[in-house]
Design a protein around this ligand. Structure first.
Ligand SMILES: *Cc1c(COP(=O)(O)O)cnc(C)c1O
Length: 357
C-alpha cells in the first residue's frame, strides 16, 4: 500500500558523539536519516526514518553519471533555554523545489518534508551541540536512482536528509578571508544551472578553488561568464560591498544562487534604514572605488559562515586590502544580529525562526 505516513525505525547502535571542540564541517553524522522514494506514476511515497547507514545504488543509477541531483543546506540551533530553532526552513524547501525544477526532478511537498525534518531532529536532538558557535548542519538532497544510462530524466528518485554536528566557523573569532578573483574559469552563465543547488556546479568549481588555494587564497570570487567583468558571488556565498556609504550586492542576474542569508541581510539592513543597491558591479568600478579609498567593507553571506568579512581581494596583478584586514562595523553588526536571532539570544522581530517541538 502506498502511504505518506512516516515510519520510524530506531537505531540500536548508538554512536559516540564527537567532542564539540574538535568538530569540523560535515565529517560526523547522527544516528538516523530520512529517506523517501519517488516512482513515476506513484509520486513520493513511504517516508521513513532509519538508522544512519550506507545506501544501495545500482552502478548505472542516473545521478552517478549525469549529475541529476540537488541539495540544500540549513542549520538547527540549540538555545540557552534548550529549545531547538531552525532559521527560515521553508525558504530552503522552496529553493529545493526550484533547483529540482531546473534539473527536471519532481517537486516534494514542502510542508510534509519540513514535518519529517522536525521528527528527525527530535529523534537526534542530543546531537545538536551546545557550545558557542556550534550547530547541527542539515543536508536534504535528492538523487536520480533509475538504473539506466540513457541521457534523459530518471523515473525514480530518492530524497534524503542527513544531519551533521558542525563546529564554530570562527574558532578564533570572526576572521577576514583573502579571496582570489577568478578570471579564467566560469561558475555559471545565464540560462545555465547557477541558480540551482545542483551537484555539478560544485565539482566544476574545484579547479579554480584549488588554483586559488595554491596562491594562498581561501576562496574564489566569480565573475560573469560572458564578459568576465561583473561580480557574481564568492565560493558558496553571496557577496556585499560597502562603497562610499552605499551597500551594494550583485543583482540576481539569473546565474547567481539566491542565498537565504543574502535575502535576510537585505531585509535586516532595510529594517535598519539602509537600502541595499542590487545592481551590476564591475571589478573595474570596485577597483576604482578602492583606489579612491571608498571601498569601506566587503563580506560574504551564507549558511555555513553566516557573515564572512573579506580582508583581501586579488585581481590579476592588483591587490586590494580592505578595511586594514579588520572586520568592518557593518559585517560585525550583521553577524551578531543574525546569529543572535538564529540561536534565540535576541528577539526575532521577523518571525524567521521556527521552533522544533
Ligand atoms: C548555498 C549557496 C549560497 C548561500 O546560500 P544560503 O542560503 O545563504 O546558505 C551562495 N552561493 C552558492 C553558490 C551556494 O551554493
Amino acid at each position: 500500500m502506498i502511504t505518506m505516513k512516516l515510519t520510524i525505525t530506531k537505531s540500536s547502535n548508538f554512536k559516540t558523539k564527537p567532542d564539540p571542540s574538535s568538530l569540523s564541517f560535515g565529517k560526523h553524522f547522527t544516528n538516523h536519516m530520512l529517506m523517501m522514494n519517488y516512482t513515476e506514476g506513484e509520486g513520493w511515497t513511504s517516508p521513513q526514518i532509519v538508522p544512519y547507514q550506507p545506501i544501495t545504488l545500482d552502478p548505472s543509477a542516473m545521478s552517478l553519471h549525469y549529475s541529476q541531483s540537488v541539495f540544500e543546506g540549513l542549520k538547527a540551533y540549540r538555545t540557552e533555554d534548550d529549545r531547538i530553532l531552525l532559521f527560515r526552513p521553508e525558504k530552503n524547501f522552496e529553493r529545493l523545489n526550484r533547483s529540482s525544477d531546473r534539473l527536471s526532478i519532481p517537486a516534494v511537498n514542502e510542508e510534509l518534508v519540513l514535518s519529517y525534518l522536525k521528527e528527525l531532529l527530535l529523534l537526534d536532538k542530543e546531537w545538536i551541540p551546545t557550545t558557542e558557535g556550534t550547530s547541527l548542519y542539515i543536508r536534504p538532497f535528492i538523487i536520480a536512482t533509475e538504473p539506466n544510462l540513457s541521457v534523459a530524466p530518471s523515473t525514480t528518485y530518492t530524497f534524503m536528509i542527513i544531519l551533521s554536528p558542525v563546529g564554530s566557523y570562527y574558532a578564533e573569532g570572526i576572521n577576514p578571508v583573502s579571496i582570489n578573483v577568478e578570471e579564467k574559469f566560469t561558475r555559471a552563465v545565464l540560462g545555465g544551472t547557477g541558480t540551482a543547488k545542483t551537484a555539478g556546479n560544485y565539482s566544476a568549481a574545484y579547479k579554480a578553488q584549488v588554483g586559488a588555494s595554491g596562491l594562498g587564497y581561501s576562496q574564489v570570487l566569480w565573475l560573469d561568464g560572458i564578459e568576465k567583468k561583473y561580480i557574481e558571488e564568492v565560493g558558496s556565498m553571496n557577496v556585499f560591498f560597502k562603497i562610499n556609504g552605499e551597500v551594494v550586492t550583485p543583482a540576481l542576474s539569473g546565474s547567481i544562487l539566491e542565498g537565504i542569508t543574502r535575502m535576510s541581510t537585505i531585509e535586516l539592513l532595510a529594517e535598519w534604514g539602509i537600502t541595499v543597491s542590487e545592481r551590476r558591479l564591475s571589478m573595474e568600478e570596485l577597483y576604482q572605488a578602492y583606489e579612491k579609498g571608498e571601498l569601506e567593507e566587503a563580506f560574504g553571506t551564507g549558511t555555513a559562515a553566516v557573515i564572512s568579512p573579506i580582508g583581501e581581494l586579488n585581481w590579476g596583478d592588483k591587490k586590494m586590502v580592505i578595511n586594514n584586514r579588520q572586520t568592518g562595523d557593518l559585517a560585525k553588526k550583521l553577524y551578531d544580529t543574525l546569529t543572535g536571532i538564529q540561536t534565540g539570544k535576541i528577539h526575532d522581530p521577523f518571525n524567521w525562526t521556527v521552533e522544533v517541538n
